[in-house]
Design a protein. Structure first.
Length: 114
């Protein structure tokens, strides 16, 4: 049995504040927002992280990124901008092992990350 929390969210078995859904993609607000706008865009298919992706995933990755961009604009970040982040494995700070793009906006973010 798959006990991945993001698979549960994508299936609707785990509640979330959904922003968008189609047959391949699910987007929802982060439960602990780090900015006024903070949502996650995930593939419905379980992919552990970006290191697991190959050439065959190019179309899906492109769709995820373009959907993240589109939703960022819909949520008011078109003018001020936003940050699009993919954390990967321990050094990247990944805590949920299901590929996700963070979109953060609505305030000026610092750089570099800690
Ligand atoms: P990571 O650290 O893996 O890059 O990001 C995981 C993100 O998922 C974190 O920002 C965390 O707040 C969010 N998160 C973890 N569990 C849940 C959950 O059950 N629901 C929602 N909406 N977000 C979650
Ligand atoms: Zn999963």
């Amino acid at each position: 049995m798959n006990d991945c929390i993001f698979c549960g969210i994508a299936e609707g078995a785990v509640p979330s504040k959904k922003i968008f859904e189609d047959d391949e993609i699910f987007a929802f607000h982060d439960i602990e927002p780090k900015a006024p706008v903070h949502f996650l865009v995930i593939p419905k298919r379980h992919i552990q992280n970006i290191m697991e992706c190959g050439a065959g995933d190019g179309l899906l990755l492109g769709k995820l990124l373009l959907k993240a961009r589109e939703l960022a604009c819909e949520l008011g970040c078109g003018e001020g901008g936003a940050r699009f982040v993919i954390n990967c494995k321990a050094d990247g700070g990944q805590t949920v092992d299901h590929l996700h793009i963070h979109v953060l906006g609505g305030r000026r973010l610092g750089w570099p990350p800690g």
